[in-house]
Design a protein around this ligand. Sequence first.
Ligand SMILES: NC(=O)c1ccc[n+]([C@@H]2O[C@H](COP(=O)([O-])OP(=O)(O)OC[C@H]3O[C@@H](n4cnc5c(N)ncnc54)[C@H](O)[C@@H]3O)[C@@H](O)[C@H]2O)c1
Length: 271
Amino acid sequence: MEGMGRQAGPANREALGKEMKIAGQVAVVTGGGSGLGRAMALGLAREGAKVLIADVREAEGKKVLAEIQPLGGAGELFVGDVSKEKTAKELVDFCVGRLKGLDILINNAGLRMEEHEDGVYENWRCLRMRPAHELPVEEWDLVLNVNLRAVFLCTHFALSPMIQRRRGTIISISSNAGSRGVPGKSAYCASKHAVEGLMKTVAEEMRDHGISANAIHPGSRVNVDGRGGLSPDVVVPLVLFLCSQDNPTITGKTISAKDWNERKEEEQVKD
Ligand SMILES: NC(=O)c1ccc[n+]([C@@H]2O[C@H](COP(=O)([O-])OP(=O)(O)OC[C@H]3O[C@@H](n4cnc5c(N)ncnc54)[C@H](O)[C@@H]3O)[C@@H](O)[C@H]2O)c1
């Protein structure tokens, strides 16, 4: 985190000006079929956003779509691998055609790297940690393709409709590993460092277009696989806040959701 609380913690929210409603905004959540992506998709739908879930796994995407409907929300599913240029373009075209816009892009789809404990490792979701000299080159490529190339591709194609409408929110999911080295996770760390640099650059490029670009991370391990950690919902309040910025003040930052939530609690205690 880069001093985010000091600049834009909840205590400063009043100074940030008018907030935009999330209801009616169109959001794409890549990797929306599980974990953090599912939590963000449901959080946005609860606020009345129209949510397009983009996931390589159709069955998982359908389950989340079924959860959105009882919330009274509108949702759609796009099945595909967003690290492919053609697919990323089709995703944005599908969104603009079917949902009539694209206001929010959440670049969440990602491959994790974990200790090899149980032998169950599926390369669409999680790769085994190993030192750089032992990491197969194809696994490096796989992680960089999903965790970085896909973020670039989706951002690249989403920017045109956002620029046309002079508004947009881009949020990319990073990690603590975006600012430090973690033995065994060279590809993951490199991808998350790069994603943070990409968001900072896009933020500068889009400053006069009403479009924000930030990286956020949970702040600690999230329990997406029964191995303990924070709830995937940890990121939702921060995502909702960033998506409700009108004329965005917060852009080009990397923000820890855990820190954000803790400051909110501190603020409530003071009240
Ligand atoms: N779980 C954690 O502790 C943690 C911590 C920090 C950051 N993150 C980041 O959060 C993001 C989500 O991770 P998660 O833990 O919820 O993982 P997850 O595996 O539960 O969810 C990732 C989703 O992305 C989808 N996906 C993978 N490759 C894809 C592709 N090429 N195209 C489209 N969809 C694809 C998967 O099908 C899956 O539904 C990742 O970027 C991850 O690096 C996770």
